[in-house]
Ligand binder design. Sequence first.
Ligand code: APR
Ligand code: ZN
Length: 259
Amino acid sequence: MEGIHGKDHSYNLTQIQKIIENSKNFVFFTGAGISKESGIPTFRDKDGLWKKYDPAKLASHSAFISNPKLIWDFFYSRQRLVCQAECNEAHTAIGRFENTRPGRSSVVTQNIDRLHQRGGSQNVIELHGNIFGIVCMVCGKREQYDYSDFFNNFNEEKIPICPVCSNILKPDVVLFEEQLPLDAWNQAVRLSSECDVMFVIGSSLNVSPANTLPYYAVKNHAVLIEINPNVTEMISLMDFSIRESASKILPKILKSINI
Ligand code: APR
Ligand code: ZN
């Protein structure tokens, strides 16, 4: 079996265990698939959100400007779902791993559900913001809520109004047509460029610039371990591509190194 950088797409748990034991810096790059088993729909799976709805109408900047009520209704329903969801075994396994390697294990996520934080991860870079933050596009006022008290502050019948300048507030997430938060992006590039192992978990790798981060890891000769039940367009970049669900295989991999 070839193995590292030999583009071996099967996987051998012992080999991956040795790689982890001999590596220093880790990035868990995650997408919607890692939260699927928490009941949060993905976007591009057969049952994904963008198979049912048009993202241009529900998750773009211009849609928010023209119909903020529709966008808030869409986000209120997703906030409700996330409030009722639980983090799963994949989130908690990554949280435990981070505990064993303080300062050397980071999560770089495209997800806005904050389930990594509920799974114990502290070092989380949110490339697309998060669903429990709000921002005013006029005066820049920002507020972060915990999922447990979000709906004590908002009434789903109403569009939230900025207490400072009385303009409409927006969920503090990156909508299509918007830029990623620069500090989050710069941190994500730095971490990806310095890691020895990048787990690429639950992402179709369809959306840029997030999908360029594995290239930064490859440039640093990192080992890329993809966990996704389906093939993605970037399979040729991966050293290992594990066709399993994250909440099943990730705890198994980390258990092999007693985590
Ligand atoms: N474990 C691991 N991966 C899974 C699982 C699972 N249990 N279930 C599904 N997947 C995989 C799917 O095969 C798919 O490749 O998760 C991936 C989800 O892909 P997308 O739905 O495209 O989600 P993501 O890659 O995170 O999308 C990126 O697009 O719409 C924007 O802002 C949105 O952040 C999102 C971005
Ligand atoms: Zn304001």
